[in-house]
Design a protein around this ligand. Structure first.
Ligand code: CA
Length: 373
């Protein structure tokens, strides 16, 4: 991309050119290089969408249904998508393989679910002490993240796109106070991904439990703690009735990106207008999902904090967060030392995070410090 000087920006022509570039980047950015026919034939395409979410699951399952609806509306019915919840066509964690193999055409999930297959994929979902939702969006859409993501999914026959974000999650529900890093020793917690690796490094034990069994496990003491998402989903899980403490913030998931994956073969068969519709619908889903999480988390937090609440809302202390952050760096160092692709993606992620963090430090940080007393 051309770098504009200050003088360029002051000319009308440069402004128009910059505007065009911006719009192009908003619908995928590569349409001019696309070899697919621009004129559609009226042919109707029928796709199957598989998801890692239970059918109609709040925000994320609902989002998959909306994506299909929007694509059908925008295409005038020329691209119809039938959505299958987890287990309806394939199990949740086979979504990546199903779309890659052509058994399904499009999928919805989160890239850390495929960490066992491509460790580097998890950097496109969430990194403990990593970027928040708007920073992840900036990295993917405007900071080179999309190109890198497409490159690492290409061998699997997949095109990845952002398909939502949870926003900052909560730290989880605990039946034990966490006043120092030592309090994690012996703690049995349901916490997946890189966050789970960090917990293990500070002496805790991670327990893998399906969503439907977490409540009973916490109630009966099989686990001492669990993280889930945020107040909206946590409220529906009922954890507030059986846990003593609700800790903030979700240091392990500060802005988890959800993804839409599309079969590259099926995408390439579409005329250019339908390709643009798929990408534009994913953009809309990304914004809709984050908005849904933010609005609902805010109102459900109020609902959780009613007068008859049985739990205490707690903040992890700065010392606990500093310790977890240092441990996170150890986990990331080990991962990137053992996997060159993870190193490449993490280096790109960390470089962008450092840059955008410097910007946030003199804008949002100062702003929030000034208004939130
Ligand atoms: Ca979570």
């Amino acid at each position: 991309m051309k770098t504009y000087t200050r003088k360029d920006f002051l000319t009308k022509g440069a402004l128009a050119a910059a505007g065009t570039g911006f719009l192009a980047s908003c619908v995928g950015g590569e349409s001019e290089a696309n070899a697919s026919p621009a004129i559609h034939t009226g042919k109707t395409y029928k796709w199957k969408m598989v998801t890692t979410w239970p059918p109609g699951f709040p925000a994320v399952g609902e989002g998959a249904n909306l994506l299909a609806q929007w694509i059908e509306e925008m295409s005038g019915g020329r691209l119809k998508i039938k959505v299958y919840g987890a287990g309806e066509l394939v199990p949740a964690f086979q979504v990546f393989d199903a779309v890659g193999s052509g058994a399904a055409d499009i999928g919805s999930g989160a890239s850390y679910y495929w960490a066992g297959k491509i460790a580097a994929a998890q950097f496109f979902a969430s990194v403990p002490f990593g970027m928040n939702a708007q920073q992840v969006n900036a990295w993917i859409y405007s900071g080179g993240g999309q190109e890198l993501w497409e490159e690492i999914y290409e061998p699997f026959g997949l095109i990845p796109m952002l398909g939502g974000n949870t926003g900052v999650q909560m730290g989880g529900w605990f039946n034990r106070e966490i006043n120092s890093l030592d309090d994690f020793k012996g703690l049995k917690m349901r916490i997946p991904g890189l966050g789970g690796k960090v917990l293990e490094k500070v002496g805790g034990t991670t327990v893998a439990i399906p969503g439907g069994e977490i409540y009973t496990s916490l109630e009966t003491g099989v686990i001492d703690a669990t993280e889930w998402i945020g107040p909206y989903h946590d409220f529906k899980m009922g954890f507030s009735d059986i846990a003593k403490y609700y800790y903030t913030p979700g240091w392990h998931e500060p802005g988890t990106a959800l993804e839409v994956i599309v079969s590259k073969k099926k995408y390439d068969e579409l005329p250019a207008d339908l390709q643009a519709i798929v990408r534009t619908a994913a953009f809309r889903l990304n914004l809709w999902t984050l908005s849904e999480f933010e609005a609902k988390n805010a109102s459900f937090l109020q609902q959780l904090l009613t007068d008859d609440k049985k739990f205490e809302l707690r903040h992890f202390s700065p010392e606990v967060l500093t310790g977890l952050r240092a441990t996170t760096q150890e986990v990331l160092n080990e991962l990137t030392a053992s996997d060159p692709l993870s190193k490449r993606v993490y280096d790109a992620y960390a470089t962008f995070q450092q840059s955008i963090g410097g910007w946030a430090k003199i804008t949002e940080k100062v702003y929030y410090e000034g208004i939130m007393k």
